[in-house]
Design a protein around this ligand. Structure first.
Ligand SMILES: Nc1nc2c(ncn2[C@@H]2O[C@H](COP(=O)(O)OP(=O)(O)OP(=O)(O)O)[C@@H](O)[C@H]2O)c(=O)[nH]1
Ligand SMILES: [Mg+2]
Length: 261
């Protein structure tokens, strides 16, 4: 598939849980920013009626699709279901995007351009030159920067913003990284995916984005989400470092052994 074909078939997946005040405006902004893209809203049966609003938008616009899920199962599970749907329907590029206004749809063309330029996965990044945050409390900056630093230390990957959720993937990238093994639910889902992409040899590029704190609705971030990310990245890091050590030791032992004739 040429990259131009891929860009003809872009699916933006928006997981939602109680985003009734945000979903219309973010969908409209996405439609204006990249009119050829399709949008899939993956709603976990939000009690505030987000799913009904999404249904009304889908009826009026054939670029908008809705997936109704039975109940709140975390954003990771919603993304995985959305990716499955997108891959089944033949989309060439799949994008993850929050509903709450933190990600700016107007920046999506820059992420797609990086795919067009050859990236397999593009991460919208707050912590590269040109990236920025608006209205985020110091505590959140600390968690986000600290989480990315911890990830870099544990996994040895050069990604500045490992937890960011505004990402674009080629379909071939998603197909090539064993998504059926992903168990991460919260923030950790984003770390899990970039770690998998790098392990499988895909080219990951970070592009700067502006991240704006949500104005309406409640964050679903919780202490358990942070703890999940911490535990999983630490376990992956230990596994990774033990693997490196094992290869080093077997390399040294191999070098010490006399050559067979
Ligand atoms: N379908 C689904 N969507 C979810 C779930 N949890 C969060 N989301 C959505 O995922 C997106 C990101 O969630 P947020 O609550 O904004 O969490 P966050 O962006 O990690 O945290 P903040 O930075 O505090 O906003 C939003 O569109 C949420 O509605 C869930 O369990 N199911
Ligand atoms: Mg958010």
């Amino acid at each position: 598939m040429t990259s131009t074909d891929a860009l003809d078939r872009v699916l933006v997946i928006i997981p939602t849980y109680n985003e009734s005040q945000n979903i219309e405006s973010i969908t409209n902004r996405l439609r204006r920013a990249v009119p050829e893209a399709h949008i899939l809203i993956a709603d976990d049966n939000s009690p505030d009626g987000t799913g009904d609003i999404a249904d009304r938008m889908a009826e009026a616009d054939e670029h908008v699709h809705v997936m109704h899920r039975t109940g709140k199962q975390g954003l990771g599970a919603a993304y995985l279901a959305g990716f499955d749907w997108g891959l089944e329907h033949g989309y060439g590029v799949l994008v993850s995007h929050d509903a709450d206004g933190s990600h700016q749809p107007e920046e999506l063309p820059r992420l797609l351009q990086a795919i067009d330029d050859g990236a397999d996965m593009v991460k919208g990044s707050r912590w590269v030159r040109g990236g920025s945050i608006v209205n985020w409390p110091a505590s959140r900056v600390l968690i986000s920067k600290g989480g990315s630093l911890w990830t870099r230390l544990m996994l040895g990957i050069p990604v500045k913003d490992a937890t960011g959720g505004f990402n674009a993937y080629r379909a071939s990238t998603l197909r090539g990284m064993n998504l059926d093994e992903v168990a991460s639910a919260g923030y950790c889902f984003q770390i899990d995916l970039v770690w998998r992409a790098i392990k499988h040899g895909f080219k990951v590029v970070e592009v700067p984005i502006e991240f704006v704190e949500r104005e309406f609705g409640d964050s679903k971030m919780s202490r358990s989400i942070v703890i999940e990310a911490l535990i999983r990245t630490t376990l992956w890091g230990i596994e990774h470092r033990l693997g490196q050590l094992g290869r080093l030791v077997s390399g040294l032992l191999g070098r010490g052994r006399p050559k067979e004739r």
